[in-house]
Every structure is written in structure tokens, then in C-alpha cells.
Design a protein around this ligand. Structure first.
Ligand SMILES: [Zn+2]
Length: 305
């Protein structure tokens, strides 16, 4: 919808392509200005992004129909940086946007690496609880962060309905948190980080490793990191200490863990300095507790059955 509206603002002739006319202009009268050049440049960049994608034929394990998934070409994304909770920033194209597969026929959706792992009772659940409600949607040639959020949420809904492992729900929540980080939406980022934390915490004690390619120690670190990012420094320190006192952990992971401990120590030192300004702090803490209770209520059924 939005895409149509946007293009109609800048493109007088949009909508008549199906009649055979494909003319792109934002103005009937002006001479070609710098602005027009910029728009042409923007369109070319869009074309470039599309050229980094291809359609992959995929069979749906739930309804057995074939469909095409937008897939990122190998080596197309360029790694820019890595956050301490393993989120990777890319240039060129963002592979996270294309990480969810959705069957347009039956509504089954999951993270790419889980798509073919369906059990018979889960297929029955999709047929009874997902497909009858499913309305298929076309997401365009290239996806953006809002499309990605919608697709991750549909995957999360599927995992929830078919009673997938806690780690699957946790990983979807972590990726949703990352998408909200891209939007600078801290409230939703923190909501999904705490859901990811709960899921990984459960998975740590009940599932086999590796979990999404992470060994036991990496998940230990991640749990500490999620506690850190959601403001529970005591628990973060406990998990970080477990990583540091385990002999078989790689030096690379230990270094990363020490960096996060240092970060917490710095924050706590600066908080201790500021603690003389008292009354405002009490109000802020009460507000935080209220929000936490609300979040818990909203999501309480995601992991607890
Ligand atoms: Zn299907």
C-alpha cells in the first residue's frame, strides 16, 4: 500500500504500466533538475539491490506446493560491523530481511534454516490453525525492515502455534529485536530482547547443542549479554563469570565476555557517582517495573504452556 502511495507522489504515470506504458517522471513541465537526477539515482540503487537477489524454487513441507522465495545471492552482503549480541550490520543488502520463508499457499512460515524441519503433528496444526485464516500477501521485489518485521512475526506465530522448540521462538524474537534496533525503536527492541532471553534461558537447560550454530558457551555468553542489554546486570555478571571460569572456552569468546563485564563495571561506577540525585531515580524505577509487568502479561503465553 505504502509503496503505491509513495510512487504515485513522485511518478505521475504510475499505475498504467499494465497498459503498456512505463514512463517515470515526477514532473510534466520542469526541465530536468538535480532532484530528478537524485531520484533516478535512487531508482538505480533499488535496481542494484534487486540484482543481488534471485528467486529460489522451494517446496512447502506442510502443503507440498511449490513456490518461489526471494533469496540473497552468496557473497552479496558486505559485513560492516558486529554488535555484542551477534547482530551483524551489512551494507549493499540486508540478508536478515530475507531470512523468513513463507508458503503463499498455506501460510506456513519459519526461519530459512528451519523450514524443512516439520513433524507430522506440526503439519496437522498448520492445516487446522494457520491455513484457514491465512490471507496471502505479495511483498514486492525487495524487502525493507517493516516487511522483515511482519515476516519474522508470522514465523514466530507459526512456531508458537505448532509448538516449536523454545530456541526457535527465542531466535525469532532476537531477530525481531535486531530489526527494531535498525528502526531505533528501543521499546520494541527491549521487549523482544527480553522474550529472546526467556527462550534461550529455557533452551539452555532443555535442548541439545548446538543451538542455531551456537555451542553451549556461546549460548551462555548470549544469555549474559541479553541480561546486560535488558538491564539485569547481576544476572549478566553471573553468566559472564560462568563463561570466564570454563577452561575449554575459546580466548575469542572470553575476550568478548571481558569487554561486556568492563562495560557493566563502567556503567555501575557512573551510576554510583550519580546516586546522590535520589528522588527522580525512585520514580524512574517504579515506572520501569510497571512496564515490565505489562510486557510480561502481553507475552506470558509465548513460552509457558
Ligand atoms: Zn504450504
Amino acid at each position: 500500500m505504502d509503496t503505491n502511495q509513495n510512487s504515485s507522489n513522485s511518478d505521475i504515470f504510475s499505475g498504467i504500466e499494465k497498459l503498456g506504458f512505463n514512463i517515470n517522471t515526477s514532473s510534466l513541465y520542469e526541465e530536468k533538475s538535480d532532484q530528478t537526477k537524485d531520484e533516478t539515482k535512487a531508482k538505480n540503487e533499488e535496481v542494484d539491490e534487486a540484482s543481488l537477489l534471485y528467486d529460489k524454487e522451494q517446496k512447502c513441507p506442510a502443503c507440498e506446493s511449490y513456490f518461489k522465495v526471494r533469496s540473497v545471492k552468496t557473497n552479496a552482503p558486505r559485513l560492516v560491523s558486529r554488535d555484542s549480541d551477534f547482530f551483524i550490520h551489512y551494507s549493499n543488502i540486508n540478508p536478515y530481511f530475507y531470512d523468513v520463508y513463507i508458503c503463499p499457499n498455506c501460510g506456513y512460515a519459519s526461519l530459512k534454516r528451519d523450514f524443512e524441519k516439520l513433524r507430522q503433528h506440526q503439519i496437522e496444526k498448520i492445516k487446522s490453525d494457520i491455513t484457514p485464516k491465512w490471507k496471502k500477501k505479495y511483498y514486492g521485489i525487495t524487502y525493507d525492515v517493516d516487511v522483515a518485521i511482519e515476516r519474522y512475526k508470522l514465523a514466530l506465530l507459526n512456531y508458537f502455534v505448532i509448538e516449536s522448540k523454545d530456541s526457535s521462538k527465542a531466535m525469532s524474537c532476537l531477530k525481531l529485536a535486531w530489526m527494531y534496533r535498525l528502526k531505533n525503536d528501543q521499546q520494541n527492541e527491549s521487549l523482544f530482547l527480553s522474550q529472546a532471553l526467556e527462550g534461550f534461558n529455557r533452551a539452555f537447560f532443555s535442548e541439545d547443542f548446538p543451538i542455531y550454530g551456537m555451542d553451549r558457551y556461546t549460548v551462555m555468553y548470549l544469555i549474559g549479554e541479553l541480561y546486560k542489554r535488558t538491564g539485569d546486570f547481576d544476572n549478566a555478571m553471573k553468566w559472564f563469570s560462568k563463561v570466564l571460569t570454563t577452561p575449554s572456552v575459546s580466548e575469542r569468546l572470553k575476550d568478548l565476555t571481558r569487554d561486556q563485564k568492563d562495560y557493566i563495571n563502567e556503567i555501575e561506577a557512573s551510576q554510583a557517582k550519580a546516586s546522590s540525585a535520589d528522588t527522580d531515580d525512585i520514580t524512574a524505577n517504579t515506572e520501569k517495573e510497571n512496564t515490565d509487568t505489562k510486557k510480561r502479561g502481553f507475552f506470558s503465553s509465548l513460552f509457558k504452556k
